[in-house]
Design a protein around this ligand. Structure first.
Ligand code: PLP
Length: 379
């Protein structure tokens, strides 16, 4: 299902999966906590629900909405972003090869490395900013090319259409982690990807109060069967309340993400001019090496995530993080409150510079956020 014409994304974000409850007239959907559903006298389930791990009204509503927002045929909601990644990796068999970005959310690479150690698949990590390197990494056994763009935490941008075309030429799936961009700014399925994943914990949830993941697929083919089996038989299903919270957040998703993107761009420009900052990583800056690709494949903004490097190394970065008053020092991203994270403290990833501070821009006023960073950098 693509965005059903003639409405716009904002309209669908409000209405998809939110029909008025037929039994009660409730406008906000009820939360169906029941784990089991009554059989009819003939033994069937004409009301279509049987058992909540198989399907649940809140989960179905969320999946319907997310499939439509990403322009996919079907969505599978999972219990975390990592569960979404692992559900895709579960499609790989011993002897299969997967190509993943060298620079990406370290948890996704870790999940692939665990699959490599336990299930006899092989993994190659590649700098995906250069499609030539991906081409060189492809093997006859390559079944999966994983893309994450913009990437966490360095904001690298990958050309989704080029990588999808390359993957398909070799008979592999192209799956894109769209957590940073959200369907508001980027639709990888329209650019050729076979599936999109999200940590719905982040922008889709948007309030730092629910953990979740989703895989949205272009079609109900083999990859879907594996992901669905991971959800139902693997038991990685989200709770009805988590699905309800995520659906509750969808109507504001376009507004939140665009406002966060506008603020992030202004903050990136401020930081780029600051004498104590020696690098700013934000694809919305025209000086970003991947700006042209980002401008081509994203629309209406470049997202609410950015990172910057402070002169003076790790200790100086640590002091800036210690001095902020409005930003909260915490991991995660995509919520209404702005967060700052000194990645050297939390990330066992050697690719990340020790002086890198990652910002998740929330919905506070831009001037207040800039003033906070200015005082933290000035001291
Ligand atoms: N993908 C990306 C890009 C992320 O940033 C994260 C978490 O930070 C994940 C996946 C994993 O999500 P979760 O923490 O919900 O498992």
């Amino acid at each position: 299902m693509t965005h059903p014409a003639p409405f716009h994304l904002e309209t669908w974000a409000v209405h998809l999966g939110r029909e008025v409850d037929a039994a009660t007239g409730a406008v906000a959907p009820p939360i169906v906590l029941s784990t089991t559903f009554e059989r009819d006298a003939d033994g069937s389930h004409v009301r279509s629900f049987t058992y909540t791990r198989d399907d649940n009204p809140n989960r179905r509503a969320l999946e319907t909405a997310l499939a439509a927002l990403e322009g996919g045929a079907v969505a599978v909601a999972l219990s975390s972003g990592n569960a979404a990644t692992s559900a895709v990796l579960s499609a790989l068999r011993p002897g299969d090869h997967a190509v993943l970005p060298a620079h990406s959310y370290y948890g996704s690479r870790k999940a692939a490395q665990i699959a490599q150690a336990q299930r006899g698949i092989t993994v190659t990590l590649v700098d995906m900013r250069d499609p030539q390197r991906v081409a060189q990494a492809m093997r006859p056994t390559t079944r999966l090319v994983w893309v994450e763009t913009p990437s966490n935490p360095l904001l690298h941008v990958t050309d989704i259409a080029a990588i999808a075309e390359l993957a398909h030429r070799h008979g592999a799936w192209c799956v894109c982690d769209n957590t940073f961009a959200t369907p508001v700014l980027q639709n990888p399925l329209q650019l050729g990807a076979d599936a999109v994943t999200h940590a719905t914990t982040k922008y889709i949830g948007g309030h730092s109060d629910v953990l979740g993941g989703v895989v949205v697929l272009r079609e109900r083919g083999e990859l879907f069967e594996h992901v669905k089996a991971y959800q139902v038989s693997g038991g990685a299903a989200p709770s009805p309340f988590d699905c309800w919270l995520l659906l509750r957040s969808l109507p504001t998703l376009p507004l939140r993400v665009r406002a966060q993107s506008e603020r992030a761009l202004q903050i990136a420009r401020f930081l780029a001019e600051h004498p104590r900052v020696h690098a700013v990583h934000y694809p919305g800056l025209t000086t970003h090496p991947d700006h042209a690709i980002a401008a081509r494949q994203m629309r209406g903004g470049f997202g609410g995530m950015l990172a910057f490097q402070v002169r003076g190394g790790e200790a100086a970065a640590s002091k800036v993080a210690a001095r902020v008053r409005l930003f909260t020092r915490a991991t995660s991203l995509g919520s209404v409150e702005s967060l700052i994270e000194h990645r050297a403290l939390v990330n066992p990833d050697d690719h990340v510079p020790r002086d890198l501070l990652r910002l998740s821009i929330g919905l506070e006023h831009t001037e207040d956020l800039i003033a906070d960073l200015a005082q933290a950098l000035a001291a």
